[in-house]
Design a protein around this ligand. Structure first.
Ligand SMILES: [Zn+2]
Ligand SMILES: [Zn+2]
Length: 269
């Protein structure tokens, strides 16, 4: 079931009694609204181009809190519609950087060109980002008959986390386990650390019986657990120096791109 509302493609991805909504913003960034019997949480907030509080209130009458899988702007900018958020302490500085850079970014020409219609009525004097509380591995988010376990997956950023829903046999992995993994960013950790933390995370997912991996840029289908085998095989080759990379350059940096089937990883040269 998919609902199209304004710039959001909203799809119910739960099979059990409590709703989980995948909310894709302009095919660019994906958030997830997970409902329990008492509370709901929004995992990531994309760019938050329109009022997300209003949007989530249309999907659930429960109080909604925000959890960020990491501190990048395409996962936290929508926090500004909420009073409270949670993020891993190792990404607090990135979150602060995103918050501090909001005003400057939205006044850039290319942003005005790409997102002008959403910025037209933006009153910067009213924009408030919540202070984010810390969340770590070991935390369990209890939404009432729905529990999400926090697992740390450092790599894409030092404070990347994923959230595991054992009942639905799925997880929310942000940008930590994703088809096109970005490790060339200044805040990314070395590939060896990323490989090890991915392997550990995948092991936890397999032991929990998780089948589907919903990530932060999931415009279409989720990753399936068997997809992680090729990722880990590829990461082993990258770490061993036996993979052949192609040079790439984009607006955030450059490096070498390694492709293995449908999966790729972008590393610093
Ligand atoms: Zn990211
Ligand atoms: Zn992202």
């Amino acid at each position: 079931m998919a609902i199209y509302r304004d710039i959001y493609n909203i799809e119910k991805i739960s099979k059990g009694p409590y709703d989980i909504w995948k909310i894709n913003e302009r095919l660019e960034a994906t958030m997830y609204l997970v409902c329990g019997s008492e509370k709901a949480c929004l995992i990531d907030t994309a760019y938050g181009l329109t009022d997300l509080k209003e949007l989530t209130a249309e999907l659930t009458g429960l109080p909604v809190s925000v959890i960020n899988t990491h501190g990048h702007i395409d996962h936290v900018f929508g926090n500004r519609w909420f009073e409270h958020a949670m993020i891993h302490p190792a990404d607090q500085a990135l979150y602060q950087e995103a918050v501090d850079g909001f005003e400057k970014l939205v006044s850039r020409d290319w942003v005005r060109e790409a997102y002008g219609q959403y910025l037209r009525d933006l009153d910067l004097s009213t924009v408030r980002f919540p202070v984010a509380d810390s969340i770590r591995e070991g935390h369990v988010i209890d939404l009432g008959e729905k529990r999400l376990e926090v697992i740390e997956v450092p790599g894409h950023t030092a404070g990347s986390i994923m959230l595991v829903d054992r009942d639905e046999k799925l997880c929310f992995a942000g940008d930590a386990i994703i088809e096109h993994l970005w490790l060339f960013l200044k805040e990314s950790l070395p590939p060896e650390i990323c490989r090890d933390s991915m392997r550990r995370a995948v092991q936890i997912l397999k032991e929990a019986g998780v089948e589907r991996i919903y990530h932060g840029h999931c415009a279409y289908s989720p990753l399936m657990i068997p997809d992680t085998d090729v990722m880990l095989w590829g990461m082993d080759r990258v770490c061993a120096g036996t993979a052949c990379g192609q040079p790439f350059e984009n607006m955030l940096g450059n490096g070498a791109e390694y492709t293995f089937g449908q999966w790729s990883v972008l590393c610093r040269s």
